[in-house]
Design a protein around this ligand. Structure first.
Ligand SMILES: C[S@@+](CC[C@H](N)C(=O)[O-])C[C@H]1O[C@@H](n2cnc3c(N)ncnc32)[C@H](O)[C@@H]1O
Length: 267
């Protein structure tokens, strides 16, 4: 069977052209002609995309909610699938003044920076273990005025962030959750670090530790949201319900209507 091609070739080519010309994609129609040199560069970029380099690596950036972060080899590219989790987290903070927030498995820092950008009164902490991702994370945090506190740490460490224990208003997490044997598109295989994508044979390897850290960090009534694979709509909520400290466990869909994240509150 022939390998599937790029999912959205026209959108991707237009995005690359807009990036090169420094205009929004919607305004490309105002630039019906480009010079030969620009055409050559665009042709090369389109060729790299056709060879399945991730679009965001060619653009150098990815967007989550209100923020743009730098991405490239060594860090997970934020996905639109995470937008609804971000919205849920922001809504959970609506009536909380000067909230304390922790983003576990932060990667580029997109979720943490998006929350910090919408809530300038928030104190936001971001945890990441991968040294390569930490380089991108620190670069992004610096580019956004140092609004997020970076912690180079493993979420499986039982004593993670002891100073914040029992005080946090919101814990968010988009962990590695793809079952190891799942075939993934070339962009994911070559573009996203394996440590960011795969979560053991059932994809659930890191979830017990993430739930335990959320329980330890959250204040009574604090909110927790964790992203998962669309095959884990029952297993992840079940894992959260198994923790007696968590209540209001609920399952949610992403922008495409697929099961994508579970939420709970600290009893
Ligand atoms: C799916 S990516 C999500 C990145 C980011 N939150 C986002 O939504 O774009 C998962 C991230 O978790 C990190 N990670 C994996 N295992 C970890 C661990 N044990 N402790 C801390 N971070 C971990 C990976 O390096 C990766 O950056």
């Amino acid at each position: 069977m022939a390998a599937a091609g790029v999912a959205s070739p026209r959108f991707d080519a237009e995005s690359l052209a807009a990036h090169l010309l420094g205009v929004p994609r919607g305004q490309l129609v105002l630039h019906p002609r480009i010079d030969r040199a620009t055409g050559d560069v665009l042709g090369a970029l389109v060729g790299r995309r056709a060879a399945r380099e991730p679009l965001q690596h060619l653009l150098g950036t990815a967007v989550l909610g209100p923020v743009e972060v730098a991405v490239g080899p060594g860090v997970f590219t934020p996905r639109p699938e995470t937008e609804m989790l971000l919205e849920w987290g922001l809504a959970a903070l609506q009536d909380v003044a000067s909230p304390l927030v922790v983003d576990l498995c932060t990667g580029s820092g997109a979720l943490a920076l998006a929350i910090a950008s919408v809530r300038p009164d928030a104190a936001v902490h971001a945890v990441e273990v991968d040294p390569d991702a930490l380089v991108w994370l620190r670069r992004n945090v610096d580019a956004h005025g140092g609004r997020v506190v970076v912690h180079a740490a493993d979420v499986r460490a039982p004593d993670l962030l002891p100073d914040l224990a029992g005080r946090v208003d919101l814990v968010v997490c988009n962990p590695p959750y793809v079952p190891d044997a799942t075939p993934v598109p070339p962009e994911v295989r070559a573009g996203d670090p394996a440590v960011a994508v795969f979560g053991g044979h059932d994809g659930l390897a890191i979830f017990p530790a993430v739930a335990a850290r959320a329980v330890a960090l959250l204040r009574p009534g604090g909110a927790f949201a964790v992203e998962h694979d669309d095959t884990q709509a029952e297993s992840v909520p079940a894992l959260l319900r198994a923790r007696p400290e968590l209540v209001d466990v609920a399952e949610h869909a992403d922008l495409n209507g697929r099961p994508r994240y579970a939420t709970a509150h600290r009893r």
